[in-house]
Structures are given as structure tokens and as C-alpha cells.
Design a protein around this ligand. Structure first.
Ligand SMILES: [Zn+2]
Length: 162
């Protein structure tokens, strides 16, 4: 099942149009997460759900567990607004020449360490996205590699493996 954020072919203008606020992002995550009405309660494994109490959440009809769209995703426990997380992902996954965590922290008004942590999450998510080309190539900056400076423009390419 395809449960990935996919911004392929979306340019910056379209992206900004589509994701104007946190709500747009929650809606998008919910759509991916419970694609075609697929629901599996993570508390009890029940498959029937109804609308939850919180915006865009789903409620298990058996144990009444209210699950937010971001629970169990890479956005779980992220301390900054989802909209910012989306923008970070878009920037990082679509820029040919990656952005350093310093640039990101300036642009988004976040602490550099916060950007660094989230950037790692993004890159993990991109590599576990597996066989799909997510967004062309991603350049890894030396912050990520921790320790020894790699050659500039070390490239992680998410190619479809055939
Ligand atoms: Zn349940």
C-alpha cells in the first residue's frame, strides 16, 4: 500500500497553494493514512471506525480509541506545526542542491538541532519509502553524516529498484 507523501511533480507555487495551513496538512496525512477507508485500530486491531473528536481523527468503533492522523507517522511528537514539517519535507526532498540545517533553521525559525533531527527523519523516511523514486535526488550535507566530511554533493538517489 502506498502510504507516502508524494510531492513529485509539484512545484513550489502549487505546493504553497495546496498547503496553506495545518488543516490542509492534517487532511492530507489522514487521506494517505486511511486511504480507501482502510483503518486498523492500533490499540485493539478493530477495523471499523467513525469520525473522531479531533479534526481529521478517526475513532475505533470497538474500543473508542481516537487516533489522530499523525499518530504512528513521522509527524508523531513533532513539536512544530505540521505545516512547517510539510514545508521542510518539500524543501528537502525537492531541492536539487540540499539545504543545510543552518539555512533551514533560518528560513523556518526553528532551532538548528530541531531541523537536524527532522531532516534525519525525512531522510530515513525517504530511504524506507523503498522502491520509489521520491523526489529525484537528495544531496546530503555534512551535518547529517555526523563526523567525517564526505565529498561535497554526496547523493542519495531514491531509484525504483527493478
Ligand atoms: Zn480499537
Amino acid at each position: 500500500m502506498d502510504k507516502k507523501l508524494d510531492f513529485r511533480g509539484v512545484n513550489e507555487i502549487e505546493f504553497h497553494k495546496r498547503f496553506k495551513g495545518d488543516e490542509d496538512c492534517y487532511q492530507y496525512v489522514a487521506k494517505i493514512k486511511w486511504k480507501d477507508g482502510n483503518f486498523l485500530c492500533k490499540k485493539c486491531g478493530h477495523k471499523k471506525m467513525c469520525k473522531g473528536k479531533k479534526p481529521f481523527s478517526r475513532r475505533c468503533m470497538k474500543c473508542k480509541y481516537d487516533e489522530s492522523p499523525t499518530a504512528g507517522t513521522m509527524f508523531d511528537k513533532v513539536k512544530f506545526p505540521l505545516l512547517i514539517a510539510f514545508h521542510l519535507i518539500f524543501k528537502i526532498s525537492s531541492r536539487k542542491k540540499g539545504m543545510s540545517t543552518l539555512e533551514l533553521s533560518r528560513e523556518f525559525g526553528l532551532r538548528q538541532v530541531t531541523c537536524w533531527k527532522f531532516k534525519q527523519k525525512i531522510q530515513q523516511a525517504m530511504s524506507s519509502a523503498g522502491n520509489y523514486k521520491l523526489a529525484g535526488e537528495v544531496h546530503v550535507d555534512e551535518c547529517l553524516i555526523g563526523g567525517g566530511k564526505k565529498k561535497e554533493n554526496e547523493v542519495v538517489v531514491m531509484e525504483r529498484k527493478n
